[in-house]
Each structure stands twice: as structure tokens, then as C-alpha cells.
Design a protein around this ligand. Structure first.
Ligand SMILES: O=P(O)(O)OC[C@H]1O[C@](O)(COP(=O)(O)O)[C@@H](O)[C@@H]1O
Ligand SMILES: [Mg+2]
Ligand SMILES: [Mg+2]
Length: 345
């Protein structure tokens, strides 16, 4: 077992010139918030954290029009509270908040504003909270544009290539933080007795090829023709054009599905379908697709919308949705080929 804590790892990244002291602090604050969320998730029914937020018959809704779970709200509050003292942050944005929040509004006591913007999905996999299946937190860090002291939504609309850090924490049988600052993707497991994240995988690598795909098959009839054809060919197995049998896994928590892919390979997809076409997709670009795409690319994988590299999408809205294909490089390239061939007629 490694004796490298997250703190030591971040100090080494700072000494190597990969991150500033402020960014190190910011990541430590997010990691501390994740520990608090992990404790709340772990208490389950005993902590009164299961079920819907709001009052019976009047569930509270977020900007996405989704009913909020108690833990969505708790996790969001934990992240806000942890970051309220500012210093390192200029503003933050969350799946659960209609608009971004400048740190000046969050911290009226007058802490100085910093240089970074933090975006997060405080609780990913909400439908799994009440059934004791892994959920998580996803986050992305951008630089606040020069000369902007009080950032608005428009300042967050930077492509994924501009992320200076990205990560997620899974709350499952163990609590694992997976992080990149653009120099590899590394995993830290929470030592619950000591209370520290310890480095457990340095330099995660996704195998280029895979025989495992992750998709919500119940949407099949709503998919567009290239997706129908792609998955159809996977299902034909050895006898089909792909020449091998594929296995399927779908946790319905993006963090857990991506964690499996970072650990042993695979392809994860949430394509455009007739149900979500008007919104542009199901998953959110800024705090789901982009951070996961950076982590996957840094581990040797690929991430695409099916038609272009995810990290190069120019965002047009804080809560913008996109189709997602990510994971083993050659398999993502295969999925993209089905889309491009279709478009080319
Ligand atoms: O219920 P579906 O359609 O399978 O969708 C599952 C997907 O939705 C999500 O739960 C969306 O995230 P939130 O729980 O943060 O809204 C992903 O984690 C997951 O991949
Ligand atoms: Mg999510
Ligand atoms: Mg969420």
C-alpha cells in the first residue's frame, strides 16, 4: 500500500510546476467536502438522508426540471459551505443551482476572491441513492478570465480543453477520489480510520480495446440510426461485423460506470435519443461530460459526442446537455465512425 496521501501528491504536483498553491488548496477543499458527503451517504436511512427533498406531494425541483433528492441538496450545501471562505475561488456553479454564484455572494464576510471557477455535480446517480448503489460527486476547475472579479455564467463557458483540474469521488463499497491536473489520472482511496485519501493507483490506463459496453438499453427504440447500427453490431457478437462477443454493464451512476471503465476498460455512452433530442442529450457538458472526458483522455482513452472531441465543444450554456461516448480509445473511434459514415450518407 502506498503511503502517499492526497496532500503529499498535490504538494509534489505543485513542486513540479503543474499546479499553483491556490489550486492545491482548492482541490483539498473539494476533497474534504467529499469526505463529508461520503459520511452522509454512508449513514443512509439512519441519517435520514434518503428520499426526496421538499415536502410530500411537493418535491423540490432543480433547473433541469428534475425532482431533487435530499442528498442532492445536502451534497450541494456541503460543497457551498466548504468553499464559502473563498481565497482560491472566484465563483462556482452546480447542477443544482440555476445560475453560477460569485464567491462574493457566497461569502459576504469579505473573503478575497481567487482565480478559479469550480463546477460540480454534487451528487451523481441520484436514482441510486435510495437503493444503496454507488453514487458520486463530479467536479471541474477552470481559470477565471483575467480582470473578471465577479464572474457571471458567461465566464464559465470555456471548452473542456481549458480545464486545469477535474475529478470525481465515488461513494461505494469504498470512497475513491480520481483526479487529474493534466498530468495523468490518479486514484486515491479514503482510509476511513485515518480520514485521509491515500494514493492507490498512480497513472490509471484504459486498455485501448474492449469487449464491454455501457448504455441504457431501454432507450434503444428512441436512438438515432447510427447508434441503432452500432449497438446492433455489438449485439451480433462473434458472428457479426465486429467479430467478438460483447458484455454489457449499466449502473446508471455515471461515476460508477466511468470508474469501471478507468479500471478495466469499456465504452460508456449516453447518445442522443428521441426523448432528449430537443435538449441536446441527457448528460451535462460542463460538470459531467467535460471532467470525465479529461480524466479519460489523461488515462489514454477517448471522449466524443459521436461527432467531435468532447473537450473541444464550445459551451453555450451552463447546463448544456450533450451526447456522450467515452472510454477505450479504439472502441470510441469505432462508435464515432458509425456516426460519421451515417452523416456522409
Ligand atoms: O436513468 P438513466 O436514463 O439510465 O440515466 C442514468 C444517468 O443519469 C445520471 O444519473 C445523471 O446524473 P444525476 O443523477 O446527477 O442527475 C448519470 O449519472 C447516469 O449515467
Ligand atoms: Mg450527474
Ligand atoms: Mg447530480
Amino acid at each position: 500500500m502506498s503511503n502517499v496521501s492526497l496532500t503529499r501528491h498535490l504538494l509534489e504536483e505543485q513542486r513540479a510546476g503543474h499546479i499553483s498553491a491556490d489550486l492545491r488548496l482548492l482541490i483539498e477543499v473539494v476533497a474534504r467536502a467529499c469526505k463529508t458527503i461520503s459520511i452522509a451517504v454512508g449513514k443512509g436511512a439512519l441519517g435520514g438522508v434518503l428520499g426526496e427533498a421538499g415536502t410530500p406531494g411537493a418535491a423540490s425541483m432543480n433547473i433541469q426540471g428534475e425532482a431533487q433528492k435530499k442528498l442532492d441538496v445536502i451534497a450541494n450545501d456541503v460543497l457551498l459551505e466548504a468553499n464559502a471562505w473563498g481565497g482560491h475561488l472566484a465563483g462556482l456553479a452546480s447542477e443544482e443551482m440555476d445560475h453560477s454564484m460569485p464567491i462574493a455572494d457566497l461569502s459576504p464576510d469579505g473573503y478575497p476572491s481567487g482565480n478559479y471557477l469550480l463546477l460540480f455535480d454534487p451528487l451523481d446517480g441520484s436514482s441510486n441513492i435510495d437503493v444503496n448503489i454507488s453514487v458520486g460527486t463530479i467536479f471541474s476547475v477552470l481559470r477565471c478570465p483575467e480582470g473578471v472579479a465577479v464572474p457571471g455564467d458567461e465566464h464559465f463557458l470555456q471548452p473542456g480543453t481549458d480545464q486545469v483540474a477535474a475529478g470525481y469521488c465515488t461513494y461505494g463499497p469504498n470512497t475513491t477520489l480520481v483526479l487529474t491536473v493534466g498530468h495523468g489520472t490518479h486514484a486515491f482511496t479514503l482510509d476511513r480510520e485515518v480520514g485521509s485519501f491515500m494514493l492507490t493507483t498512480h497513472g490509471m490506463r484504459i486498455p485501448e480495446e474492449t469487449k464491454e459496453f455501457a448504455v441504457n438499453m431501454s432507450n434503444q427504440r428512441h436512438w438515432q440510426p447510427p447508434m441503432q447500427r452500432y449497438i446492433g453490431d455489438l449485439l451480433l457478437g462473434k458472428e457479426g461485423p465486429r467479430g467478438k462477443d460483447f458484455n454489457m454493464r449499466w449502473v446508471a451512476s455515471m461515476v460508477a460506470d466511468v470508474h469501471r471503465i478507468l479500471t478495466r476498460g469499456g465504452i460508456f455512452s449516453y447518445p442522443l435519443d428521441a426523448k432528449c433530442a430537443d435538449k441536446g442529450g441527457k448528460l451535462r457538458l460542463m460538470y459531467e461530460a467535460n471532467p470525465m472526458s479529461l480524466l479519460v483522455e489523461q488515462a489514454g482513452g477517448a471522449a466524443s459526442t459521436g461527432r467531435m472531441r468532447m473537450l473541444e465543444v464550445q459551451p453555450s450554456g451552463l447546463h448544456q446537455r450533450v451526447p456522450v461516448f467515452l472510454g477505450s480509445k479504439l472502441e470510441v473511434e469505432a462508435a464515432v465512425r458509425y456516426h460519421l459514415d451515417h452523416d456522409a450518407g
